[in-house]
Design a binder for this molecule. Structure first.
Ligand code: NAD
Length: 286
């Protein structure tokens, strides 16, 4: 199916939003990037230019592709103007249900009736987010990975009321922006967070029980299973506080969530401020 989309509005220009806008513009979509902070839009556009420059230096992007991408991309200071012109809106605002409701609710009013409303939430229920939209069949989860212009996966989460047509168009969109897509039902942690976390938590339990050092447990997965990064190093990069928060959420939301019970060591390290790379200390010293 053709996705029949030409214009994309990305709402939120932070870590994820600028990358999403980058890949959309590179694929030929006319792309507007909006943020409540004008500075965030400027910073986001500068990062896109810097990433394109790196791509050119590495021979991955041609000068012509860089020029076309930048031509297709604009910072848009006006929310209504951004969404009114879009056939696909993707929100990448902070992970708070109230904020997602506000932003997608307003987008639903301002965008054309047939426009698809995508959310880049990494954990919230698509069904819950869609409650702010009069026609929830238009809402779909488009879960990108950081850095967006490099990571190949787009996890598409189909909400309880998402229409099959909206899913088919979203999958075609994913293909056009050069991602591999997976189709996942709206369930806590989707596929990626649920699977990634269960290994991360077990690795922490193994450190706790003295099964091995963080280095050796990570090597078990990198060298033994070909993981690009061990689960403890990844936990340090994501942030121990972030992982604790998701573990508590999955423990509560999943019927059989007992294996997401956060290990005591994780709670202790977070309480001590050992949050991983961002605090300088986690399972590794950074
Ligand atoms: P971020 O804090 O880097 O960026 C969020 C941006 O949204 C900020 O620039 C902020 O100014 C802007 N914003 C706040 N309120 C807004 C509003 N009402 N309208 C428009 N813009 C607004 O956050 P992020 O890491 O890019 O995360 C965004 C979303 O993506 C979250 O839902 C997060 O869970 C999800 N996500 C993050 C990652 C990651 O690795 N960081 C990966 C996948 C998904």
């Amino acid at each position: 199916m053709s996705e029949n989309l030409q214009r994309v509005a990305v709402l939120g220009a932070g870590t994820m939003g600028h990358g999403i806008a980058h890949v959309c513009a590179a694929a030929g979509y006319t792309t507007a990037l909006f943020d409540v902070s004008a500075g965030a839009v400027e910073a986001g556009l500068s990062k896109v230019t810097a990433n394109l420059d790196k791509g050119v230096a590495r021979g991955k992007v041609t000068e012509a592709q860089k020029a076309t991408t930048l031509q297709n991309l604009r910072g848009e200071p006006d929310f209504d103007a951004a969404v009114a012109a879009a056939d696909l809106v993707i929100e990448a605002v902070p992970e708070k249900l109230g904020l997602k409701h506000d932003v997608l609710g307003r987008a639903a009013k301002g965008a054309a009736q047939g426009a698809i409303l995508g959310t880049n939430t990494s954990s919230l229920s698509i069904g819950a987010i869609a409650q702010a939209v009069p026609d929830p069949s238009r809402v779909i989860g488009l879960h990108f990975f950081n850095p967006v212009h490099i990571m190949k996966l787009l996890e598409i989460i189909v909400g309880p009321q998402t229409s099959p047509e909206v899913y088919a168009r979203a999958a075609a969109f994913g293909e056009r922006i050069g991602k591999q897509t997976i189709k996942i039902s709206d369930s806590p942690g989707f596929a990626t967070s649920r699977l990634g976390l269960v290994i991360g938590l077990e690795a922490i339990r193994m450190v706790e029980q003295g099964v091995g050092s963080p280095e050796d447990i990570d090597k078990a997965m990198t060298l033994g299973y070909g993981f690009p990064m061990g689960p403890l190093r990844l936990t340090d990069l994501v942030g121990l506080d972030v992982r604790l928060h998701i573990a508590e959420y999955l423990c509560e939301k999943l019927d059989d969530g007992a294996h997401f019970e956060p290990p005591a060591l994780l709670r202790q390290m977070v309480a001590e401020g050992k949050l991983g790379k961002k605090s300088g200390q986690g399972f590794y010293a950074w």
